[in-house]
Design a protein around this ligand. Structure first.
Ligand SMILES: *Cc1c(COP(=O)(O)O)cnc(C)c1O
Length: 337
């Protein structure tokens, strides 16, 4: 089976499983699981942050951060296609009682200028703008990478207006694999950063929220209230530590394979257009209206699996368990369609 549905489909390797088997654990709700502590300290140090919090999912790290940064009735500025708004079940409104100000913008990215014009004035009629959120890479925008200077400009606007700035960095490491930047410069820019261990890094479960100590102390309380405090979580944290230590350096390969697929699709007779591939996500629109389901069905006959983004648009995501031989196989099948 060739699974291009998402980079979440990876299974732990033997080495990762061995790291999990041999993990030293405690009870993380009592704060004495040594492997969870090691993971949190390792990640915080990578990003130059004081502390980190291990959570079951990226939805939880994002939503815990939003809950700490906002009060009910506040407003969060984010892109209309941002994961925190579009793909998290209405959690901003549901869990934090906060409102959203949804920005438009090409390929899912927001700009400092747009952010600044949407900050509400100090007027009792208007919700209090308290948080800005950016996603890097931007999933629905086609795995796009923000220019660091553009994020820096947004962060400067946030600082000037006393707003918090949160990064949904579920796939930040796929961006860093292209730009060669170090994670620390992202830690400096944002009040909080969320990274996923269960996407390109290949861990079965888990995400990390990074921030200053006082922020993480509050986040720990919110995680408990959201039901995300886990006991012998060190078995999962061991997978995360293994992922950070061994699977970051190989992400460029996933990006290169995605770029190769993007190139094939750009000249494919059934394909209208491909969003330029920057990382490990390939989003392409078919010529035939409502043709996406049919295209997926034809791939499925060859045991290749993907998802649709809308009735005419398909997404491929490359990952740790998508090899060069699977790439050649996919290439051959695409040529027959
Ligand atoms: C996957 C993803 C998340 C988190 O998703 P979970 O399935 O809850 O771990 C957050 N942001 C983006 C951009 C993602 O792609």
């Amino acid at each position: 089976m060739i699974d291009l549905r998402s980079d979440t489909v990876t299974r732990p390797s033997r080495e990762m499983l061995e790291a999990m088997f041999s993990a030293r654990v405690g009870d993380d709700v009592f704060g004495d699981d040594p492997t969870v502590i090691a993971l949190e300290e390792h990640a915080a140090a990578m990003f130059g942050k004081e502390a980190a919090l291990f959570c079951p999912s990226g939805t939880m790290t994002n939503q815990v951060a939003i809950n700490v940064h906002t009060r009910p009735g506040d407003e969060v500025i984010c892109h209309k296609f941002s994961h925190v708004y579009y793909y998290e079940g209405g959690a901003i409104m549901r869990n934090s009682g906060a409102s959203v100000c949804l920005l438009d913008g090409p390929r899912g990215q927001i700009t400092a200028g747009e952010v600044e014009t949407h900050i509400n004035p100090d007027d009792i009629h208007r919700p209090v703008t308290s948080l800005v959120e950016a996603e890097n890479t931007m999933n629905k925008g086609g795995g796009t990478i923000y220019k660091y200077a553009d994020l820096e400009a947004i962060s400067e606007v946030c600082r000037r207006h006393g707003l918090k700035f949160h990064l949904d960095g579920a796939r930040l490491f796929n961006a860093l694999a292209e730009t060669g930047e170090k994670p620390g410069i992202y830690g400096r820019l944002f009040d909080s950063v969320s990274i996923c261990l269960s996407k390109g890094l290949g861990a079965p479960v888990g995400s990390l929220l990074l921030g200053e100590k006082s922020f993480i102390r509050k986040a720990r309380r919110v995680r408990k209230a959201f039901g995300g405090a886990m006991r012998q979580a060190g078995y999962l944290a061991a997978a995360g530590l293994y992922a950070l230590e061994h699977n970051v350096g190989r992400l460029k390969m996933d990006n290169d394979r995605a770029r190769h697929l993007g190139g094939l699709l750009a000249t494919h007779p059934l394909v209208e257009s491909v969003i330029p591939v920057e990382t490990n996500i390939v989003i392409f629109t078919l010529k035939k209206k409502n043709g996406a389901m049919d295209f997926l069905a034809r791939l499925k006959e060859h045991d290749i699996h993907a998802i649709t983004i809308d009735p005419q648009t398909v997404r491929f995501v490359t990952h740790l368990d998508f090899s060069d031989s699977m790439l050649s196989q996919t290439e051959s099948v695409l040529k027959t369609l």
